[in-house]
Every structure is written in C-alpha cells, then in structure tokens.
Design a protein around this ligand. Structure first.
Ligand code: GRF
Length: 197
C-alpha cells in the first residue's frame, strides 16, 4: 500500500477530494495513513474522523521553540512512515529537517498558475485578490514538489481556470478549487502511486 499523510490547517476540501478518490479506488493501492493539522480547530480533522482516518494536531504554539515544534512534527510524520506527504492547505512553513528527510516525497497544492502569484505572502484568498486586482482573465492551480523555497519546487501538474466578470475573491477561490485543485491534486497522487509500480 502507498501510504500518504496529509497536512492541513483549515476546511479540508482538498483532503475530502483525496479521501473520496481513495475510497472510490480511483487512486489505487493507496491508504491515507494519517491527517496532521497545524490547528486543533481545523474542520479537516472532522472530515478525517468521519472516515476513521487517524488524525492529530501538531500546533506551533504548544512548543517553547521552533526547533521543538520541528522535531515534534518530524517525529509525528515518522510515526506513520509515509511514502508521500501532501500539503493540502497547510499554512505552516515545512521545517528544513522534514524536507531533508522526505526529499522528493512532499507535494503541495497552490491556488495559482506558478510562477504567477506565489511565494511569501501569497496564500488563501490573498492569491485570488491579487489575480483580480491585476485583471487576469485566466488563473488556475498548481501541484508541485516541495523544496526549501516557497512554491519553488518542480511543477507536477497545472490546470487553468477562467476568471469571469463580476468574480469576487471568494467566488473565484471556489471555482479554482472545483475546476482545478480537487482534480489535479488527486491526479498527482494517483500518478505517483502508480509510478511506484
Ligand atoms: C486551497 O485553496 C489551497 O490551494 C490553498 O489553501 C486552500 C485550502 O483549502 N493552499 P482546503 O483547506 O483544502 O479547503
């Protein structure tokens, strides 16, 4: 079985898309070994519980130092021995010790067509606000490997989404999720699971 651990911070709609496609068999020979959240309040944790997926919160403010948090996150991950770590709306910078140990085994979904509207400060609604402010006619989402930079790792998949007249950041965010993110993130996991052979 291809073991996947999903890191989350919020609502978990991308997590739900992965759960649904693993349970339907669309993503073969794959098990979601765990969900790890940066917040105890994340609705994503309820989605995991509803599908009997082990879940826990590793919260930065519970630790006296960043080093202690980094070690705690690494040890939590090691406990599940993942073949793949998926960042699905995870809002914490992934510690260097995790990136080093799981090199080329961590992927992220970003709600724009990288290299546009990515990097420090570009997350969540801020991305869609910037897309609208620039007057773009097309946007989309990107799945990429995670390296030590912010949104700088090799791109795995992208999907374009039209920006429509009258779009608000919230409406655009929802369309990018529905028409791009919930499709390309499970597809990327499927291809990585299948390429493992
Ligand atoms: C998504 O738009 C994702 O691209 C971004 O954060 C949002 C998380 O949404 N990184 P959800 O928690 O998966 O619903």
């Amino acid at each position: 079985m291809y073991k996947v651990v999903v890191l989350v911070s919020g609502g978990g709609t991308n997590l739900q898309a992965i759960i649904d496609k693993v349970e339907s068999g669309y993503i073969p020979n794959t098990r979601i070994a765990a969900v790890i959240s940066s917040s105890r309040k994340a609705f994503a944790l309820e989605r995991a519980a509803k599908h009997n997926i082990p879940a826990e919160a590793v919260v930065r403010k519970d630790y006296a130092s960043k080093e202690e948090f980094d070690e705690a996150l690494l040890s939590a991950l090691d406990g599940y021995a993942p073949d793949l770590i998926v960042l699905a709306g995870y809002l914490v910078i992934v510690p260097a010790i995790v990136i080093k140990k799981y090199a080329n085994k961590i992927i992220n979904i970003h709600p724009s067509l990288i290299p546009s509207f990515c990097g420090d400060g570009f997350y969540g609604l801020k991305v869609h606000e910037a897309v609208l402010a620039r007057g773009c006619k097309v946007t989309g989402a990107t799945v990429h490997f995670v390296d030590e930079g912010t949104d700088t790792g090799p791109i795995i998949k992208q999907k374009a989404v039209e920006v429509l007249p009258g779009d608000t950041p919230e409406v655009l965010q929802r369309r990018v999720m529905e028409e791009a993110e919930w499709i390309i993130l499970p597809d990327a996991i499927k291809e990585l699971a299948e390429s493992r052979g």
